[in-house]
Design a protein around this ligand. Structure first.
Ligand SMILES: [Zn+2]
Length: 161
């Protein structure tokens, strides 16, 4: 038997609204935005009180992570097609023949190669896993990132104990 707890990002308000570009795709290659929701499933052993982990702790961690992404322009620092130049308080983004200049305070630079839902779910999963490393009951975690309603990507991580 395997149990898990789950949080639905739309209902639990684990959401963020951000702008991004995916330069390699024609339509997504124009600056646009989404409201994202982050869902989680945490698989694990129940303790003597019958719980895997406290929902409130899990939600606090998720909220803290999405707060940093909310109302920002998401910029993938490790993209092979994005060149970043930092000038004073601005960030110049050059990609596939286009240039954007944003106020640095409006951006968040992420150590990822794309801001696809797939990659964002991996990034968020790593962040959550790091912060919950002391939660010994957890055996496996899945993070889903919806890009608007009805479409999303999930990543799974197994915890070696
Ligand atoms: Zn998009």
């Amino acid at each position: 038997m395997e149990s898990y707890i789950t949080i639905d990002g739309w209902n639990a308000k684990i959401r963020f609204s951000s702008a991004h570009v995916i330069p390699e795709y024609e339509k997504c290659g124009r600056l646009h935005g989404h409201t994202y929701a982050v869902h989680v499933k945490v698989f694990g052993k129940t303790d003597e009180k019958g719980i895997i982990m406290d929902f409130a702790v899990l939600k606090d961690v998720l909220r803290d992570i999405v707060k940093k992404l909310d109302h920002r322009i998401l910029i993938p620092e490790k993209s092979s097609v994005v060149i970043l130049e930092k000038e004073n308080d601005s960030i110049k983004v050059t990609s596939l023949g286009k240039q954007y200049v944003f106020p640095a305070s409006d951006c968040i630079l992420l150590p990822i190669n794309s801001t696809s839902a797939e990659t964002l779910s991996k990034y968020i999963l790593e962040q959550v896993a790091e912060r919950l490393s002391s939660e010994k009951q957890i055996e496996k975690m899945e993070i889903g990132v919806d890009e608007g309603f009805g479409q999303g990507a999930w990543t799974t991580k197994t915890f070696e104990r």
